[in-house]
Design a protein. Structure first.
Lengths: 215, 215
DNA sequence: CACTGTGAACTGTTTCACAGCA
DNA sequence: TGCTGTGAAACAGTTCACAGTG
């Protein structure tokens, strides 16, 4: 029972964070790290770290801790980012362009290989800082997804256009969507969706502030 | 016991989503909405919706549901977004500029009133699509926070610069940070942090895909 | 009658505490 | 000794089911 079912969703979320901190420890020259140290870096208990990692396998060495390079490799394999993953993006507005230019993708094992936009004025232009990605019309989506075997898409269009764009992605064969539009996407359960809503995050902070500040 | 303690964090997170969907219902001309309908829009159970809202007060009307405009107003008050909140941003790179240009802020009750960057080449320039926000040097941060009484800051600098920038924000009096850098910020417990890590979100999707796809 | 608000039951997650190993 | 992996205990969050209400 160590396959990807029965694993608590919060544990999966934290796995990415462990990887991020492990890379920091590696860059600082640590060969091993204990659950306690790793937890401290993320404000988590040592027990939490051990329990989480144990869901995915037995990676630790009693008396020693976790060997940093080994654990990094194993976690990458589990997350599926040990090989480069091709990603496409729909919506080349301000946010879309910023995401394409974002340095972090390559480091995480992702490569943005295609960009799409509904706006004819943008089609045909090269996206700045993108290693030569050209904006394509939406109608090319199915063909590109098939020929390049792309499974992941980033959705960065305005709220009003999001549901329609998501349907186009799903019908083209996309299996996971990272959604930046402030809407709840209606997609089949076979398609994974992860949403980032900046407004929601700000509201969260606003609430926390009013909780313990002055009325 | 209906003050902001004892309320589960997930319930607070969902409160923002309820607000978002309520605005959709309002735009579609609904005067009232039941917990069931509101839940369906967000893939949540009706019981979940009622329980969540009940943490914050008694807003519903038996036999009727929730009156949409009334509930919107109440939720905004709870989140602290019924009045305009001034926000600053540190880091005017690709992402920072995209965030400043983001339309949604005003709709959510936030107003980006100042921008800062360490890079002297950017200082003094006006940020495009920002209603005249000029990039200021980091050393102006404390004075602006004080004179404009700003409590919330958006952090959009590269990972390497994030901790230092966060410390500058905290020392200037910022009480909540929306962090886009892929690092765990170390700040005093009195400062609220909400983080958006795009890499983590993509890894999450990648993991879900490998879970039920072909190996 | 349709719907909310809520105690009680249930399910899932985190913490504890310790056996076992290098 | 220092540390992991893991059952068992404690805690938190969700779902159930129904009394109460306009």
């Amino acid at each position: 029972m160590n396959r990807s079912d029965n694993i608590p969703a919060p544990a999966v979320r934290r796995l990415s964070l462990y990887l991020r901190e492990l890379e920091v420890f590696q860059n600082n020259g640590f060969a091993t790290v204990s659950s306690r140290r790793l937890g401290e870096a993320l404000h988590l208990s040592d027990a939490q770290v051990r329990k989480d990692l144990a869901y995915f396998g037995q990676f630790g060495h009693p008396g020693i801790g976790y060997r940093v390079p080994e654990l990094i490799q194993r976690v990458r394999r589990i997350l599926g980012t040990d090989k480069l993953t091709r990603v496409l993006i729909v919506g080349v507005g301000n946010l879309g362009r910023a995401l394409i230019a974002f340095r972090g993708f390559a480091k995480h094992g992702f490569d943005v290989v295609a960009a799409f936009d509904r706006d004819a004025a943008k089609v045909g232009l090269e996206v700045p800082l993108s290693n030569g990605v050209i904006v394509q019309p939406m109608r090319n989506l199915p063909a590109i997804v098939k020929t390049q075997a792309i499974r992941l898409g980033i959705l960065a269009v305005p709220a009003m256009a999001a549901q329609e764009a998501a349907e186009g992605m799903v019908q083209s064969g996309i299996r996971g969507i990272l959604n930046f539009a402030p809407v709840t996407l209606q997609v089949p359960p076979s398609v994974a969706v992860s949403s980032v809503d900046i407004g929601v995050h700000l509201e969260q902070l606003s609430f926390q502030l009013s909780g313990s500040g002055h009325p």
